[in-house]
Design a protein around this ligand. Structure first.
Ligand code: MF3
Ligand code: CO
Ligand code: CO
Length: 271
């Protein structure tokens, strides 16, 4: 059961998660009409390095190989679901929604973790830029709430399939699309580990029991329209095919016998 982390490993993941939660909150406050994704990315990288970490996504290569991901944050606007590149040209405007996904390996050069550079945490949020419509606010709050429902299902005695089922049962009746091509995942020794954590029911995942010491990233991606997505010519940015808006919230969650611990909670979160 290599997917179970030791108490010492779990403690470091919780420590790192707290730091990246604070960093995500700080950079979220920069989101305003007129700012570029690149400016936010620069600040994110600076804060991560000052904290003794390294950006987990920068230079990350997917199993498909080329090209490496170029920025610290994934910066995805409107119909972009995830993996948007934080470029200078990506300037936020009033009425947009902006998803920031951020990952950190921490503490670097500590001798801890499988390669001596510590442990990985992963978290994301979608933020309105200026004023957005009630309909858009609803998409954001339903997506965030679905993450909380998924977290509440991450308890000993349940399995991975229960998490997806819980999220799907909450989202589906409200008429939104649930992205299927991208899923949550185990996390800690690397950005993506087994098991996969889909946001819909998958019977095959019943075999992954939630034991104490399991660490997963739960990350519902919810659309205003259809769930189909496609990758852009840059090789990374993933958008809805129908161009409908999409929201994404993510936390790194540790399963304990006293219930889930949300490692990446932001200071202002009330849950
Ligand atoms: N943060 C993404 C996830 O939640 C993975 C990003 S990999 C990148 O799983 F290379 F695109 F940054
Ligand atoms: Co992420
Ligand atoms: Co993730």
């Amino acid at each position: 059961m290599a997917y179970i982390k030791s108490p010492e490993e779990v403690n470091k993941i919780i420590e790192g998660g707290k730091i990246i939660g604070e960093i995500l909150e700080k950079i979220s406050l920069m989101v305003k009409p007129g700012i570029s994704a690149w400016e936010i990315d620069q600040e994110a990288e600076k804060l991560i390095r000052e904290a003794g970490g390294r950006p987990a996504f920068k230079n990350y290569r997917s199993y498909r190989g080329e090209p490496p991901f170029p920025s610290t944050i994934c910066a995805s606007v409107n119909e972009e679901v995830v993996h948007g590149i934080a470029s200078k040209e990506k300037i936020l405007k009033e009425g947009d929604i902006f998803s920031i996904d951020i990952g950190m390996q921490w503490p670097v050069n500590s001798g801890l973790g499988e390669n001596g550079n510590g442990f990985f945490t992963d978290t994301a949020i979608t933020i309105p830029v200026g004023e957005v419509s009630q309909k858009i606010k609803q998409l954001l709050s339903v997506t965030q709430e679905s993450l909380e429902k998924g977290i509440a299902a991450a308890v000993v005695g349940n399995n991975i399939a229960d998490i997806g089922k819980t999220i799907e049962d909450y989202i589906k009746p409200q008429g939104y699309g649930i992205v299927r091509d991208l899923v949550g995942h185990g996390v800690g020794h690397s950005v993506h580990e087994d098991p996969k954590v889909p946001n819909y029911y998958d019977q095959q995942l019943q075999k992954w029991d939630l034991h104490e010491g399991v660490v997963i990233a739960i990350e519902p991606m919810v659309t205003m329209g259809d769930y189909n997505v496609e990758t852009a010519a840059d090789g990374w940015s993933i958008s809805t095919v129908d161009k409908s808006l999409s929201a994404h919230f993510e936390h790194t969650v540790v399963i304990t016998k006293n219930g889930p611990i949300v490692a990446t909670r932001r200071p202002s979160e009330k849950f």
